[in-house]
Write a protein that binds this ligand. Structure first.
Ligand SMILES: [Zn+2]
Length: 838
């Protein structure tokens, strides 16, 4: 026996219990195939498995078995592989292309195939979207081994009737952040005390991805490579059943669907999905968990209303998305009110649900297929009945924002056409009708008003896309990709000046690159019209000017620098040979002044919303190419702020003492810009950093208290919070913070109850909710009338020669608010141009 084999044999004999605990039921196993335990050299549940080892194990299975192949569908921000292991019988695996074609025929509403029971069912077992909910990826290893190596008749039967796609880790970056934590603090013997460091991760914890995004909200918005890769895979396979494994707080048991029965149903989802399919599958999970003695609950919690969850998006593709929530051992063993939860126990429940998902899908395969076929057929028949025949949209001033929106539509396989008059059209009559509805339709009536998450997701509004319902239209050329959507004319070399439109989404990134290249770039506070080398052109507030003679570079070098940014960012640039304009101010006007290069810091760490901080970081890294210094809260009192001109404080609970608050105030006072978002704006007002007010509840001491049943408390109180809705504001497009907009009415996203009173200064309320503010989503009448309508969304407050920009609402929400990102970027670039007269 070789040394390696001897070690393996010893390992196996000492931990044989671990394997039996999970796998006994599915014996015998093919001895040629290494179990996870043999491969990793520890038993599942004894440690947290690193993602590279998870991938290596699946690669090994694909290498040694003809039941499996592995496919890489992407890479994370940190460069980790995103993979799917496809498992079935060797016959099915070698015949996969043909099976796929047969399967896809059911998703094509123009076809009438009826061999429902003859094609294997397609199942996507997907795990670990939240990195610090680790039991599921360990269960993925056990599932993969079981389907690849078990010779048990039950498993062989499933393989004949199913193709199983195992995605072991949807969020590898977050998972490894948590894995490192849990393994680093693991005691020997294990420490179950909930106060131990092992059970208490530090900020930002492992739930989110590299940029601290919740990937279980990103299926619709698809901002991150993890979701983009997955969606591209998804739309090639359209699985019939998809799992989404999670963990919840430790003081609980196990949850599977159905979710809240009279909950907030997505108005466009077929009701059979909620009522019939979830109840049917739920009965299987109940039986399986009963058989291993695990407690569970259904129906009381969670809602699948928001279409961007891993358990709701498949429902919009004719599949069945299944949410599982396991009480977390968060670490290897933890004491709870239910006794001790061990990591292996949590893994076994997830593994049991995995195998049971396959069983339920296989035993109902003809019905599930017919359901998917009916789903896509009903898309066409419903669209035919609808009065709305399509949506048209365009934006004459910002081609790159239009492109980003079309990219998103195409990712969801929505058909987009160019129409005769230069606008784009999305017809409703198409297989993805329900996704069209999801992107464009708005709702303000719901049966239920307590949301687990957002109540508004009309993505067209996220992009500030002006769209119209159309009742008839002529479809032009279909848009297959967005490569040629943006067209910018070449510009000639000038020895005098160049003008850049500030209206384009990419112009801030271009500005930063020009500043980094050492060019002086100015911004215009007024509108003007010029004779450019491409003819007469009207320029909006904020237009950038690059004067040639003021640069420390030759005119050829200036031209080349501008060519380079146009190549990269596809923005309109104009050459100009005279300073005398046709209308408005001339190019030498005092209203055109140099833009300071932003030097930005942001407070992060304990108490700060990692989501909002991550959104700022992501925006600047991935779209502007601008570095941002992330200062941990614990270092703030000693930090030197003199190197920055802008400080960002996103929502959070800021535990800063008076000295630290004065440090910020003194730094603003000398001419710098503080940007506060959401609850940080409330904090700045509460702590009297700025002289502004919040709109408070009217105190009425004579009001009689009405007694209410205790059991209704959660529901009643929950209604008053604002889960997330879209409102209309009136923007001052002449204010530096409003530059780059043409239409003063824009949508904003609100998911907090920060109500800023309009400024006492007549020029400092930059955005205010309109008198008819509701666009999409739920808000109580009380919140709408007493708080929202009288309040402001964005104000500026002066401190000495500096200023605080106070956002009530998050302009960078989930990385997808292309429509309001500009407000935030204006604050970064143009903050010091705001000189509010007292
Ligand atoms: Zn989760």
């Amino acid at each position: 026996m070789s040394k390696k084999l001897l070690v393996l044999a010893l390992l196996c004999s000492t931990t044989i219990f671990a394997q039996d605990y999970f796998l006994k039921k599915f014996e015998p196993f093919n001895k040629e195939i290494p179990s996870p335990e043999e491969f990793l050299e520890y038993g599942i549940g004894e440690r947290h498995t690193r993602h590279d080892l998870i991938v290596a194990y699946l690669e090994k299975l694909a290498e040694v078995s003809d039941r499996a192949t592995i496919y890489q569908y992407g890479k994370t921000h940190e460069g980790r592989k995103l993979v799917i292991l496809t498992v079935s019988t060797p016959e099915n695996v070698s015949n996969l292309d043909a099976l796929k074609q047969q399967h896809l025929a059911f998703t094509d509403p123009t076809k009438n195939v009826t061999n429902y029971d003859e094609v294997p069912i397609f199942i996507n077992l997907a795990y670990n979207v939240h990195g610090n909910e680790p039991s599921s990826s360990e269960a993925a290893l056990l599932s993969a081994y079981t389907f690849v190596a078990s010779e048990n008749p039950e498993i062989l039967n499933y393989l004949k009737k199913a193709v199983i796609f195992i995605d072991p880790t949807i969020n590898p970056d977050g998972r490894d952040r948590h894995t490192q934590w849990a393994n680093s603090y693991q005691g020997n013997p294990l420490v179950a005390d909930p106060q131990d460091a092992e059970h208490n991760e530090y900020w930002p914890m492992g739930r989110t991805n590299h940029y601290w995004f919740d990937l279980n909200r990103d299926w619709l918005l698809a901002i991150n490579p993890e979701s983009q890769g997955k969606l591209n895979w998804y739309h090639r396979w359209y699985p019939n059943v998809v799992t989404d494994f999670h963990e919840m707080g430790s003081q609980s048991t196990y949850f599977f669907e159905p979710m809240k029965p009279n909950g907030s149903l997505d108005p466009i989802m077929p009701k059979e999905n909620y009522e019939d399919l979830n109840n049917l599958f739920g009965s299987y999970f109940a039986k399986a968990l009963d058989s291993i003695g695990s407690l569970y609950f259904t129906k009381e919690a969670f809602d699948g209303t928001y279409p961007g969850y891993g358990s709701s998006y498949p429902d919009l593709q004719g599949g069945l998305g299944l949410l599982f929530e396991q009480a977390s051992s968060r670490g290897h063993k933890q004491t709870t009110a239910f006794g001790e939860i061990t990591f292996p126990f949590t893994i076994r429940n997830q593994f049991t649900s995995s195998i049971t998902t396959v069983k339920a899908a296989v035993e109902n395969k003809a019905m599930m297929r017919k359901y998917q076929q009916d789903f896509f057929k009903s898309a066409l028949s419903r669209a035919t009945k609808s009065k709305i025949k399509g949506y048209s949209f365009s934006d004459d001033f910002d081609q790159n924002r239009v492109k980003a929106f079309i990219d998103k539509l195409l990712l969801h396989r929505i058909e987009v056409y160019k129409s005769g008059n230069g606008t784009y059209v999305v017809p409703t009559k198409q297989p993805q009708y329900r996704m069209v509805q999801t992107m464009f339709e708005t709702y303000d009536k719901y049966r239920d008003s307590v949301y687990y998450d957002a109540s508004a997701w009309s993505v067209a509004n996220f992009y500030n896309m002006k769209y119209k319902e159309v009742s008839n239209m002529a479809l032009g050329e279909r848009i297959e990709n967005t490569t040629n959507i943006v067209s910018v004319p070449d510009f000639k070399k000038s020895d005098y000046a160049y003008i850049l439109d500030w209206d384009d989404y990419n112009t801030p990134a271009a500005l930063y690159q020009l500043q980094t290249a050492g060019l002086v770039v100015s911004s215009s506070a007024k509108q003007f019209s010029s004779q450019t080398t491409m003819g007469e052109k009207r320029f909006n507030y904020g237009s950038l000017m690059v004067p040639v003679s003021l640069q420390k570079k030759s005119s050829e070098e200036v031209y080349q620098a501008l060519k380079k940014v146009q190549d990269k960012f596809q923005i309109p640039i104009y050459s100009i040979n005279t300073g005398l304009n046709l209308k408005g101010i001339d190019l030498g006007s005092r209203s055109i002044s140099a833009v300071s290069k932003p030097k930005i810091a942001m407070l992060i760490g304990h108490g700060v919303s990692s989501y909002e901080a991550g959104e700022v970081w992501h925006l600047l890294d991935t779209r502007v190419g601008m570095p941002i210094t992330k200062i941990p809260m614990r270092n703030f009192s000693g930090a030197d702020l003199s190197g920055y001109n802008t400080l960002v404080m996103v929502s959070g609970k800021y535990d800063l003492d008076e000295k630290e608050r004065n440090k910020i105030k003194d730094w603003v006072d000398i001419g710098n810009t503080l940007i506060t978002i959401g609850t940080a704006s409330k904090w700045a007002i509460d702590k009297k950093l700025v002289d502004e007010k919040l709109i408070e509840a009217k105190k009425d001491s004579t009001k009689t208290i009405v007694r209410k049943p205790y059991v209704d408390a959660d529901e009643n109180i929950g209604k008053e919070s604002l889960g997330g809705a879209i409102f209309r504001v009136d923007l001052d497009v002449t204010h530096p913070l409003g530059f780059g907009y043409h239409d003063a009415t824009i949508p904003v996203y609100k998911n907090n109850t920060v109500w800023l009173a309009p400024s006492k200064n007549e020029y400092a309320t930059v955005a205010k909710y309109t008198q008819d503010p509701q666009i999409d989503g739920f808000i109580t009448d009380k919140n709408l009338n007493e708080f929202l309508k009288p309040s402001a969304s964005l104000i500026v407050s002066k401190i000495g020669s500096g200023r605080v920009v106070l956002f009530a609402d998050n302009p960078n929400f989930r990385g997808s608010w292309y429509g309001t990102n500009r407000l935030f970027l204006n604050a970064l670039f143009l903050g010091d141009k705001i000189n509010v007269p007292d």
